[in-house]
Write a protein that binds this ligand. Structure first.
Ligand SMILES: C[S@@+](CC[C@H](N)C(=O)[O-])C[C@H]1O[C@@H](n2cnc3c(N)ncnc32)[C@H](O)[C@@H]1O
Length: 219
């Protein structure tokens, strides 16, 4: 993921961080680039992913983002980058994920993530892209009826490795409903971390959610 500007993305994240001594957790972290960017910016940050080999590299915590192994209110902020939420299989998983995020955040804590919107998935359909000097190639297929984006990743690194990634493409209304249902307010929904999008590319959408303060029960 050497082509991906996690440090630049973190500048956007930093604008929304509450004044709090509590740490940040980068969910769906992969090898931990966003957590590293947060640490480089002076934050205490932990990487969290369910895939153990990534965790060994990231020295993070191996956990599923729909069942987080943390106590309530322990984090000031969460991040999830590179369309990682699209690995959640459906809106039920998305809702559970947001509930877990809300639970582990302190009141006023923020969750900043990006997702692949339907227009981007449709544009990617049938296209092939290279990264890391051609060592990695991505070929996309999109089924609009089920809003499923399937990406075949081929890695040429001495030996040839091929993987298939299936991502669910959520509508903005589904994200807004799941976020509100979990107790979040949507502070922002902007393209590409507020950065200009290159050419005709339809960028990812970046969301900033804030955990609403609990309202006192009416007596
Ligand atoms: C596209 S990678 C994103 C990597 C990283 N966020 C970045 O910006 O480079 C998606 C990651 O999500 C992880 N993942 C997928 N579903 C998950 C889940 N339910 N809980 C935790 N991690 C998950 C995968 O193991 C993978 O590392």
């Amino acid at each position: 993921m050497g082509d991906i500007p996690h440090r630049t993305w973190f500048h956007f994240v930093a604008e929304f961080l509450p004044h709090s001594a509590k740490p940040l957790a980068d969910l769906f972290s992969g090898p931990g680039y966003m957590a590293a960017a947060a640490r480089a910016a002076g934050r205490v940050a932990v990487a969290v992913d369910r895939h153990l080999p990534f965790m060994r590299k990231a020295q993070g915590i191996c956990a599923d983002a729909v069942a987080l192994p943390f106590a309530a209110g322990v984090f000031s902020a969460l991040t999830a980058s590179n369309a990682a939420l699209n690995y959640l299989t459906d809106t039920t998983a998305l809702g559970r994920h947001f509930e877990e995020c809300c639970r582990v955040l302190e009141s006023g804590g923020v969750y900043v993530f990006d997702v692949c919107p339907p227009e981007r998935a449709a544009l990617l359909a049938g296209r092939t892209f290279g990264a890391l000097g051609g060592k990695v190639r991505f070929a996309h297929r999109y089924a609009s009826a089920t809003r499923t984006l399937t990406t075949t990743v081929r890695i040429h690194n001495g030996e040839e490795i091929s993987e298939e990634h299936v991502q669910k493409i959520f509508e903005p209304a589904e994200i807004a409903a799941a976020a509100a249902g979990a107790g979040f307010e949507v502070l922002r929904a902007v393209p590409n971390y507020g950065l200009p999008a290159a050419g005709e590319n339809v960028p990812v959408m970046t969301y900033v959610l804030c955990k609403r303060a609990a309202t006192a029960p009416k007596v």
